[in-house]
Design a binder for this molecule. Sequence first.
Ligand SMILES: Nc1ncnc2c1ncn2[C@@H]1O[C@H](COP(=O)(O)OP(=O)(O)OP(=O)(O)O)[C@@H](O)[C@H]1O
Length: 248
Amino acid sequence: MILRLENLTLGYDRYPAVHHLSGTFAPGRLTAVIGPNGAGKSTLLKGIKGLLPTLGGRIALNAEERGRIAYLPQQAELEPGFPISVLDVVLLGHWRRTGAFGTIGPNLRRAATAALEAVGLPGFERRGIGSLSLGQRQRVLFARLMLEDGPAILLDEPFAAIDARTIDDLMAVVCRWGEEGRTVIAVLHDLELVRRSFPFTLMLAREAVAWGPTETVLVPETLERLRRSSETWDENAALCRREYSDGV
Ligand SMILES: Nc1ncnc2c1ncn2[C@@H]1O[C@H](COP(=O)(O)OP(=O)(O)OP(=O)(O)O)[C@@H](O)[C@H]1O
């Protein structure tokens, strides 16, 4: 899936939070989105997933493609621990794709078991999701993303408050997604992790400060530009005055 943004503006009640963004997320490419609090990173992921209307410009995707994008929101936005099993949480990845009437056959159960093994939780199927640690829950959510089988995967701060061992294990899953040709876009704050593992970076401060190969983006000049632009952006920006060609 080629995910292309064309002069994209996103926001809330017509007040823009991400301005005039243009660029492409190519298949198999791992892109980190970095920027300070309030830079519009979560807004961008929600816009790509179709949870926000576009205020201007467009995301070049049809509805069917958009429906297949897998999305992991920030932990704070996740549903509280319902008393359901780990297996059911993982199988939700399948239902998200097929709808509630999709059938769960033995192949799917095997796929769920294999996904749990791949994230380092073999034999956890019957455990209640509420009995797991934060890191274990994040592993389960990655197993669910595996079952979603999306051509593009959006991760919003997937490693916040997660221990180094779990990050390593889950990064191995992310790298495999890239090798399988899936587009991965991850909001991250750990620049060392970005340098190590994400070949592309979008540096965001309401608009793109820089977007390209990580080694050209994470350099002192652009980090300084990021610092300056986040100091000057207007929390109460006026309605975007450039034209709204579609959306709203
Ligand atoms: N539901 C909402 N209604 C109105 N404004 C919102 C809403 N969600 C976010 N915003 C505003 O949009 C701007 C961008 O927020 P966003 O959550 O996208 O930033 P972020 O880069 O993900 O920040 P963080 O690193 O803190 O998660 C902020 O000014 C925020 O207050």
